[in-house]
Design a protein around this ligand. Structure first.
Ligand SMILES: Nc1ncnc2c1ncn2[C@@H]1O[C@H](COP(=O)(O)OP(=O)(O)O)[C@@H](O)[C@H]1O
Ligand SMILES: [Mg+2]
Length: 254
């Protein structure tokens, strides 16, 4: 599949952790302003692949990464690259929400403050904009100074998304980011991803095929550390070319 002007371009990526070869010869181009789902059985390397996009693997012991990941034409594995600059481009949403132990307002204002924004009116505007972007504003506008921990888990996850968006990323990475949520909260987050792709490139790890079907434009199927197949969502789910993909998606009924 040819992607014009990829936002993320992975070239000959191999990841070893200790003696284990976790990701094998990964080559992939990810388009911008789309939702891409990474699917595959547990342990196949989905999270590792996602982490390679923002150099989160640097924190793993005994890890060896070779190959290149280009983002906006910049190789993030170039030793001269500044990691903070790379990470600023990405918002990461993990399996469970981890709001900071502070108010709803301060959670969203946290990143902008670190980046030097001090003026109250400016912070107010950012907080309102991002809480609106994550469909939380109406639910929390009257209690912005109350603790984030009082929100429901689904609301906390949207708050974490708002906190990430407040620093102006271009890419949103989600690792099974609805797995702790009830069906209604899950569907709110899924709708957000679909809306947010107008402005962001969104890469999601999910093991729920229906979720991949609902939200994504493209699907990457990973098996034992390799990309088996990558294509449009409909093609992967309805007309997979590879036997391994056929086996994996056959439980999925359209
Ligand atoms: N920090 C680590 N140390 C050792 N092995 C790891 C580590 N992280 C992941 N792995 C191994 O790498 C493989 C892929 O893991 P992961 O990317 O988390 O898979 P997935 O997200 O698809 O379930 C698994 O075999 C896992 O045990
Ligand atoms: Mg995982």
């Amino acid at each position: 599949m040819t992607i014009n002007k990829p936002h993320i371009s992975v070239q000959d990526l191999n990841v070893h952790i200790g003696d284990n070869h976790i990701l094998k010869d990964i080559n992939i181009d990810i388009p911008d302003k789309s939702v891409i789902s990474i699917i595959g059985p547990s342990g196949c390397g989905k999270t590792t692949l996602l982490k390679s996009f923002n150099r989160l693997l640097d924190n793993t012991q005994d890890v060896k990464v070779s190959g290149n990941v280009w983002i906006d034409g910049e190789n993030i594995y170039d030793p001269k690259v500044e990691i903070t600059h790379i990470r600023k481009k990405m918002g990461l949403l993990s399996q469970r929400p981890y709001p900071l132990p502070m108010s709803i307002y301060d959670n969203v204002a946290y990143g902008p403050r670190i980046h030097g924004i001090k003026k109250k009116s400016e912070l107010d505007a950012i907080v309102e904009e991002q809480l609106k972007a994550t469909a939380l504003w109406n639910e929390v506008k009257d209690r912005l100074s109350s603790s984030a921990s009082r929100l429901s888990i689904g609301q906390q996850q949207r708050l974490c998304l708002a906190r990430g968006l407040a620093v102006g990323p271009e890419i949103i990475l989600g690792d099974e980011s609805t797995s702790a949520l009830d069906p209604i909260s899950t569907s709110i987050i899924e709708d957000l991803f679909i809306k947010l792709k107008e402005k962001y490139t969104i890469v999601l790890v999910t093991h729920i095929l229906r979720q991949a079907a609902r939200v994504s434009d493209y699907i990457i199927f990973v098996y034992m550390g390799r990309i088996v197949e990558y294509g449009l969502t409909d093609q992967i789910l309805r007309d997979p070319k590879e036997t391994l993909t056929q086996e994996y998606v056959k439980g999925y009924i359209v």
